[in-house]
Design a protein. Structure first.
Length: 380
């Protein structure tokens, strides 16, 4: 098959959608597919098997004609649109791609259903334009249970989860004590790890309040913040500045190590060396969170927030622990419990490692190819 992938983010741009598109493209190439990627001028290609077109300057109305010409030129069998509004600068024009692209069917992968900016007080039109994209697409892939339910009624939708966008193995000479020292933690400290972009939906305010409460209670706890603000969402920088002020006001700077954007080997090493990975998402644990998938991939003891929708694979008390979103008191109590009972941490780590087998990229790529073939055959 000749498969096209359109993504507003693509490495070296920072962001989960770009990482997903890059990994999926490589896995599809591993399966013998011919892969063509269309993105903006910031995108670069490190894989000679993938044909990258990165000449687009902006996601305005002219981009639709350009993408149609690209699909026709490469005689694509299917185009997979990686959809997340922030990745396209909140532009509305990408929603009309299935209407303009006449060369082949469009399958849209919804990484989330957040609404784009249209104009002030657009109201219901913002929901309408997203649902219109879903209905106009020949096929719809969702990555999580929440969006699966929101798109109820579309007969062509399929749920295929994302995998971890951090894949590198640990260094051969990996010594957790060395990485704990880099994070400022002593042997008896409870080292917490947060991984992901700095975003207001991630619950970092709650984590900082829990950290302050534990420190005030005499708990020897430290935090390593792994990640940066990313490239696609302009609100992240303002939120990061807000967190800086909070850290200063609460006197937490001596107990927090910030890595910024680091390579995958270092991400895996910090996660593995930490005692607990804390991901207090305000909207609950979800398949859409690549940082959660990374913590599962490295077999971490995970504390996260209760999902909005039941997720059979996520078992509270078995392969992760849930706390209510936005509740710093409950989070602090759970973390104190994990310090006092290391056997619970060990059990969570073991079960998370077993869970990782359900989210391999080879399985994701094969499921995606099978779905593309179904869409193409349905059209025929």
């Amino acid at each position: 098959m000749r498969i096209g992938i359109i993504s507003g983010e693509y490495p070296p741009m920072q962001g989960g959608v770009g990482a997903y598109a890059r990994i999926l493209a490589g896995e599809l190439a591993d399966l013998g597919q011919q892969v063509y990627v269309f993105s903006g001028t910031a995108a670069k290609n490190a894989d000679s098997r993938i044909h990258l077109t990165n000449t687009l300057m902006a996601w305005g109305p002219r981009c639709l004609r350009t993408m149609n010409q690209w699909a026709t030129k490469h005689q694509l069998d299917v185009v997979n649109l990686q959809y997340q509004t922030a990745a396209y600068g909140m532009s509305p024009w990408i929603h009309f791609l299935p209407d303009i692209l006449c060369a082949c069917p469009v399958v849209t992968t919804f990484h989330d259903l957040r609404y784009p900016y249209l104009f002030p007080k657009a109201g219901p039109l913002r929901d309408w334009i997203v649902r219109r994209l879903a209905k106009a697409s020949r096929g719809v892939l969702v990555t999580n249970h929440e969006d699966w339910e929101r798109l109820d009624g579309l007969p062509s939708r399929e749920l295929i989860p994302i995998g971890s966008n951090i894949l590198d193995a640990l260094p051969e000479d990996f010594d957790p004590a060395i990485w704990r020292e880099k994070a400022g933690a002593q042997e008896d400290d409870l080292l917490l790890a947060y991984f992901g972009l700095i975003n207001s939906s991630k619950g970092l305010d709650t984590l900082l309040m829990a950290l302050a409460e534990l420190r005030e209670g005499g708990v020897p706890v430290r935090l390593v913040l792994i990640g940066d603000v990313g490239s696609s969402d302009p609100t992240n920088l303002a939120y990061a500045e807000h967190l800086d002020r909070q850290i200063t006001v609460m006197g937490l700077a001596p107990y927090i190590h910030r890595t910024g954007f680091i390579d995958e080997v270092s991400v895996g090493a910090f996660l593995t060396a930490s005692d607990v990975t804390v991901l207090p998402f305000l909207d609950g644990a979800s398949y859409r969170r690549g940082s959660l998938m990374a913590a599962i991939r490295y077999g971490c003891a995970i504390v996260t927030t209760t999902p909005q929708t039941a997720i059979p694979a996520f078992l509270d008390g078995n392969n992760m622990l849930f706390v209510p979103p936005g509740n710093s008191v409950a989070l602090a109590q759970t973390l104190r419990r994990l310090l006092e009972y290391p056997d619970i941490r060990s059990r969570l780590q073991k079960q998370a490692a077993l869970l990782a087998g359900e989210f391999t990229w080879e399985h994701i790529a094969r499921s995606t190819v099978n779905y593309f073939q179904w869409v193409i055959e349905a059209m025929a």
